[in-house]
Design a binder for this molecule. Structure first.
Ligand code: SF4
Length: 444
């Protein structure tokens, strides 16, 4: 019998990507072939995001695109947009099931009943605090890193955010399961990225996130560990201490700020002040000078005045960090932020450009300061455009190597200058110049 084919695609965050990868693995276990999204398939799965109005539109486009390339396929839509707006997704041609967050990770188990549907099923249920399902990105999806989901949902109520509605309350993988999974991964990957919606709020019985960090340090795995991101109010002294003094944790932290203005942070209902944020960053940098710090910022939050935006600029200019992820505020239904005065679209765009320029300048300065440093880097698939092997260092610099190197391997590199817009590097130490033997060229 011919094997059935499924294609999957993800919109949004790393957690969604991890879950899609885990779903793909489930389909493989049931004997399906996982084919690239955009090719012909019997089933198409679209894992959606709802972080902005644009993301919702992109989800609908992805559903239509998936079907266009596989006209006979049955489409299953899942994820955050599916949880919040199932009817609008169910009305798209080819959709047989819209599966909410709760049953997302059991799609492969129920696939036979989904594909038999004559009319679209809306399988969206309330998510409860005991509904946790872990996910590990599959090693077969071309990733050189393994993403491990240990936490889901959020109990905060930031005024711009619909994630608590879409993902449900905070919940976590049992502590013993986290350690067991991490132990099992030893020898099978070079890097584990711990992911969650609000990782710092990890709770399992009496265990907190700091216990996960300590447990990893005690485990001393052969791979390195990175955190996807952590809220500043949950980044305690203990966690900073354990991470910055560890040989296992990457010197890289992504810490959302959203605004450097105290009044905007209050209106956003964030759980920290600019002063606390600054203390945390300075503490991290004073303990680990080579750390890479990434920051999320939202511009154009309702009522954000020119003076408040200037506070954010000033705050960021004087802080040590390496790169920004800048987001333009986007109105989301049923959020408290909608009550504020909208910032005109052209002002939002201008503020976005100013922060992106600041980020580009800072990233170049910071990565130039790393020239000559010896760092450990994981090699990715050959990049045809750059005609080089990209690799990501422990402190999150994407470098490009022109010497033959082994994909998926962790090697030591020396960081070099920018060459044609790409950050150069050369293998050093044991990974030093390899012979150009073709056996060593692992390109796929
Ligand atoms: S911390 Fe705030 S922004 Fe992050 S998921 Fe929770 S509510 Fe949303």
């Amino acid at each position: 019998m011919e094997r059935r084919r499924v294609s999957l695609t993800t919109l949004g965050c790393k957690l969604n990507a991890t879950e899609t990868s885990s779903l793909a693995e489930d389909f493989r276990r049931y004997g399906w072939d996982v084919v690239p999204f955009g090719s012909d398939a019997d089933v198409v799965v679209v894992n959606t995001c709802t972080v902005t109005a644009n993301a919702d539109a992109e989800c609908r486009n992805a559903v239509r695109r998936g079907r266009r390339h596989a006209p006979q396929s049955k489409v299953i839509v899942t994820g955050c947009s599916a949880q919040l707006r199932p009817e609008s997704l169910a009305s798209i041609d080819g959709v047989v099931a819209v599966v909410g967050t709760r049953n997302k990770l059991t799609i492969a188990d129920h696939i036979e009943s989904y594909v038999r549907r004559e009319t679209p099923l809306i399988d969206v249920e309330e998510i409860t605090a005991d509904d946790f399902r872990g996910a590990v990105s599959s090693p077969d999806d071309g990733r050189t890193r393994t993403h491990l989901k240990i936490q889901d949902g959020c109990d905060y109520s930031c005024s711009f955010c619909t994630i608590p509605d879409a993902r449900g309350p905070a919940r976590a993988m049992p502590f013993e399961d986290v350690l067991k999974t991490l132990q099992d991964l030893d020898g099978h990957t070079e890097e584990v990225v711990l992911t969650g919606i609000n990782l710092g709020e990890y709770r399992s019985g009496t265990h907190r996130f700091v216990d996960v960090v300590r447990g990893i340090n005690e485990l001393r795995p052969s791979y390195r560990v990175r955190l996807s991101s952590i809220e500043p109010n949950t980044l305690t002294d203990d966690i900073i201490d354990c991470i910055t003094s560890s040989r296992t944790f990457c010197p890289h932290l992504h810490i959302p700020l959203q605004s450097g203005s105290a009044s905007v942070l209050r209106r956003m209902r964030r759980r920290y002040t600019p002063e606390l944020y600054e203390r945390r960053i300075l503490d991290v940098v004073s303990r680990r000078a080579d750390v890479c710090i990434g920051i999320d910022v939202i511009v154009g939050f309702p009522g954000e005045t020119e003076a408040e935006f200037a506070e954010t600029m000033k705050f960021l200019e004087q802080l040590p960090w390496s790169y920004l992820h800048v987001f333009t505020y986007s109105e989301r239904p049923n959020t408290a932020a909608l009550q504020g005065e909208p910032v005109p679209a052209d002002v939002r765009r201008l503020r976005m450009t100013r922060l992106r320029d600041l980020s580009a300048r800072r990233y170049e300065e910071w990565s130039n300061r790393c020239i000559g440093q010896r760092r450990s880097a994981i090699v990715e698939a050959f990049d045809e455009t750059a005609q080089a092997w990209p690799a990501t260092t422990d402190n999150y610099i994407r470098v490009y190597l022109t010497t033959d190197v082994l994909r998926g391997k962790r090697i030591d590199v020396e960081i070099g200058p920018l060459v044609d817009g790409y950050r150069s590097a050369r293998p050093v130490g044991e990974a030093g110049p390899l012979s150009s033997s073709l056996e060593l060229r692992v390109l796929s």
